[in-house]
Write a protein that binds this ligand. Structure first.
Ligand code: AMP
Ligand code: ZN
Ligand code: FE
Ligand code: FE
Length: 300
């Protein structure tokens, strides 16, 4: 049984529809799937419907990946980070308003990045990028797809290497949520907050042990440790630190369909960690297929 708690659909910047995401999971032997689109629960209903009709035991963990920032007390520059929220009540007003604000900011910021690229004569349009986003949360991968279509780069990954990197002159940051506010709101909505790819060093600056411990003080429930952006040494250190802090660790693919090369189920979470996550959740339940649950009784 493979437990993969972090994946993206067309509700944000993945290329599988929510139903196709569930089908990809089944094909790859994933039987507990987290759907965690950026700043939206827009894929929840379609994923739930797809799971409901499955003929094999399968469990859907509804979640989202929130765009957050840590603001150092000393007034140094903000550090962007991603916070996974699992099984929160999607109707919790504060959190719902924040998701809407974050998505709106993604549109404005995406358009600004496109404006900068257009000003430098790259042959893309904002209209095409919004078509590619198809109503989901807009992200740099959609701009990357437009750059691939225009023949500027060969892949979305190549687009990220330079034009879309955070060091690029075309880059515009997002107006993210304060991570402590996000942790509190996810908890208030009955959800379970887990920091995504905490030490993804290639994406920019990261939080070292002291601020990570502050987040745990603030209610953080777990670290995502097994992730393609972490090397073995960082995985060992993060895992040991989580044990020290008394929190659980997860592993996930962060699958984005063909926008990234990672396969669904490439990294996974232990049944024990899933049990600890489920024990803290009270917003919405994990959803089982009509053929039953993929989660064993002890984890319930
Ligand atoms: P944004 O949310 O608009 O800042 O874009 C960041 C998103 O792009 C994250 O979800 C990443 O998973 C994704 N991403 C980061 N690096 C790459 C890459 N090299 N190729 C494809 N997608 C990437
Ligand atoms: Zn993404
Ligand atoms: Fe992320
Ligand atoms: Fe992600």
């Amino acid at each position: 049984m493979t437990i993969d708690l972090h994946t993206h659909s067309t509700a944000s910047d993945g290329t599988d529809t929510p139903a196709a995401l569930v089908a990809s999971a089944v094909r790859s032997g994933v039987s507990v799937l987290g759907i965690t689109d950026h700043d939206t629960t827009g894929g929840w209903a379609a994923a739930a419907a797809a799971v409901e009709s499955l003929q094999t035991p399968f469990t859907l963990i509804r979640g989202a990946e929130f765009s957050c920032a840590y603001f150092p007390p000393s007034g140094q520059r903000r550090i962007g980070l991603h916070l996974l929220g699992y099984l929160f009540d999607a109707d919790h007003p504060g959190l719902k308003a924040e998701r809407a604000r974050l998505r709106e900011n993604r549109r404005g910021r995406g358009e600004q990045i496109v404006d900068r690229l257009v000003a430098a004569d790259y042959p893309i349009t904002w209209e095409r990028v919004t078509e590619l986003a198809a109503g989901g949360s807009v992200g740099r991968p959609h701009i990357g797809q437009a750059l691939v279509e225009a023949g500027v780069v060969n892949s979305v990954n190549d687009a990220f290497a330079e034009l879309l990197s955070s060091a690029s002159p075309y880059y515009v940051p997002k107006q993210d949520m304060d991570v402590f506010a996000a942790i509190s709101m996810i908890r208030a909505a009955g959800g379970v907050p887990v920091i995504a790819h905490a030490w993804a060093r290639t994406r920019g600056r990261i939080l070292d042990e002291a601020p990570l411990a502050e987040l745990v003080e603030g209610g953080l429930a777990g670290f995502e440790v097994d992730h393609a952006d972490h090397d073995d040494a960082d995985r060992r250190r993060l895992r040991a630190f989580a044990i020290e802090l008394g929190i659980f660790t997860t592993g996930s693919s962060d699958y984005h369909g063909t926008n990234k090369s990672v396969r669904i189920g490439a990294e996974s979470t232990s049944p024990e960690a899933l049990g600890r996550l489920l024990a803290q959740a009270s917003g919405v339940p994990a959803l089982d297929s009509s053929a039953g649950s993929a989660v064993t009784v002890g984890q319930r």
